[in-house]
Design a binder for this molecule. Structure first.
Ligand code: SAH
Length: 344
């Protein structure tokens, strides 16, 4: 079979595997075997699919493939608890994903696009520009390769790597569904978080589809002017509209969304900002995750610890739960907003 027609199986659903079996004149039940080996056993070569005949295994090895990504480099934090992996796609694009250990929790942060269109002023990924959406196969492949590296089972997935998940909606949901699938990887929907910079129509869609995956929204400011300044997408989807869509999502799903708020010195970290934040979202059942800014060599700075403490205290009596994300892997540029790959 010519190379460009070669089928790669990672990321295929059961139905797609059945179609694949049909194209190679194999019975439909083979698809269940392939699904099991791909996602439950997570093998990377056909030779390991031991309940499939040797003959078919070698035919598959010839004519098809499993993984579509190749590991390029792996960087480890000093403690060894955070690992960042750079992958290469079939068309020579590069994406990064991160594996983090925190107590018994093993989280992976996956990329959804090569680069990003949104141009958030504080984010390193924005500086790469946008190349293309990742496929379900490429998103799932990040998960499977990180699971191979991890001695323990992955317990949480966050779609918070490079790109805007809601501008690649069907593929991100497709990947999340495969990670959640009970006969396969079987990770609970509530352990899978999709984060958006606030693409209102897709937030509405996510709610109306009654998706059970967790929703996070990168709010990052409590007033329209500041938000527009740091997140150009805010011009297209202003705060009132954004909050309405999140409210609708909550009303339908009864799942509390999380608002992420990256704290940047002199931008959004004043006492006034904190008070306004409570006013803005206090009426909405939600959680807030404060992320002290990870510096990327640009003009934004992380507030001092005292300043972060004051901001936190002002939220103490707010009707929502507040957590502070101590970003992992800052030393290896694997913290939030630090993922970027140079074009050459
Ligand atoms: N585009 C999606 C998914 C990326 S998530 C989104 O915006 O939600 C990445 C998270 O990291 C976002 O909450 C973003 O606000 C935050 N972030 C970006 N740059 C950062 C930086 N330099 N330091 C800390 N957090 C950052």
């Amino acid at each position: 079979m010519p190379q460009d027609e070669k089928q790669y199986l990672v990321g295929k659903t059961l139905v797609e595997l059945q179609d694949f079996c049909a194209t190679i004149d194999e019975p439909r039940y083979r698809a269940y075997q392939l699904f099991y080996w791909l996602y439950t056993k997570q093998v990377a070569v056909f030779a390991d699919m031991t309940n499939i005949s040797k003959k078919l295994r070698s035919r598959l090895t010839e004519e098809a493939g499993i993984h579509v990504l190749e590991e390029v480099t792996r960087t480890e934090s000093e403690t060894g608890e955070t690992r960042k992996v750079l992958f290469r796609t079939g068309d020579n694009q590069q994406v990064e994903a991160v594996l983090m250990k925190e107590g018994s929790r093993i989280t992976v942060c996956l990329s959804t696009q090569v680069g990003c269109k949104l141009d958030c002023q504080f984010c390193a990924t924005a500086e790469m520009g946008f190349a293309r959406n990742l496929t379900v196969a490429e998103i799932l492949n990040q998960f499977l390769l990180l699971q191979k590296i991890s001695p323990e089972r992955i317990t949480n997935v966050v779609f918070m790597g490079m790109g805007e998940p809601f501008l690649n909606y069907p593929r991100v949901i497709g990947a999340a569904e495969l990670i959640n699938h009970q006969e396969g990887i079987n990770l609970g929907a509530r352990k899978i978080t999709i984060s958006t910079a606030g693409i209102v129509p897709q937030i509405r869609r996510f709610g109306s589809e009654r998706q059970r995956f967790k929703l996070a929204i990168s709010l990052n400011a409590s007033d329209q002017a500041t938000r527009e300044k740091i997140m150009p997408i805010a011009r297209q989807y202003p705060l009132p509209e954004l909050l309405n869509s999140v409210r609708e999502y909550y009303d339908i799903t009864r799942n509390r969304p999380t608002f992420e708020y990256v704290l940047m010195a002199g931008i959004n970290d004043s006492q006034e900002d904190a008070v306004r934040l409570v006013k803005l979202i206090g009426g909405l059942p939600c959680k807030v995750n404060l992320i002290p800014y990870n510096e990327i060599g640009g003009r934004y700075r992380r507030p001092t610890d005292e300043k972060i403490e004051v901001f936190l205290e002002l939220l103490y009596n707010a009707p929502f739960t507040v957590t502070v994300r101590r970003s992992k892997g800052i030393g290896i540029n694997a913290g939030c907003g630090q993922l970027a790959v140079s074009r050459n």
